[in-house]
Design a protein around this ligand. Sequence first.
Ligand code: PGA
Length: 256
Amino acid sequence: MNKSTRHAVIAGNWKMNNDRAASKTLIDELKPLVANANCDVVICVPFTDLEISLNETKGTNIKVGAQNCHYEKSGAFTGEVSADMLKELGVSYVVLGHSERRQYFGETDATVNLRVKAAIEAGLNAIVCVGETLKDRENGITSELVIMQTKIALKDLTKQQMKNIIIAYEPVWAIGTGKTATADQAVEVCKIIRNTVSEMFGDDVSNALTIQYGGSMNPKNCEELLSKEDIDGGLIGGASLKASDFAEIVDAASNG
Ligand code: PGA
């Protein structure tokens, strides 16, 4: 199985942006622009925008995701939202282990793993983020770090459950900085991730796995990144907030 037989997925990560009115406007603009996409189109929105996003995308090819979920089903976890709660609402994707969660909210590889298992058990698709900081890269430990993050995040999952996993390789130094990894740098790490998944689950699983690149992907650089054999999509932050930019990336994935 190769790139042409894998699911290309372009996911927007709105982060903590857009109130309900802005969400509606952005989705209204986006709908016609991506209606003929030949890839999966997902928008991962703040919790408070989930409901309006689900309503506005009803009957379209745009899927809605959240940006995190907790690993327990319910209980004394003030401020948290469970995977079952997301599923009940109609959400189909969740971003887990984003570097901003790791950096600002104490997320660890072990808690990412718990969240991944909870999300998959609830029937969600999980976009699992891994990636090195600039210091890691300078210290020459990019591959060791990404292998470790991947192994721990996916620990205890079954082959069957891996069908609902997407991995997003996001070098932390490229997120929101305008610095994109070169296509060669990106693909090198995406290959390492695929090899790691192959060691853990076998070639059938690793060859079918969708791996996204994320980190300042935009209409200018997306074509080259998305043309690479081991890059099957993108997790898009800044450029997902502008319908025309996001749609251009969707077009590039549809043609790539
Ligand atoms: P960016 O964010 O596209 O703004 O760099 C990507 C992400 O954090 O998922």
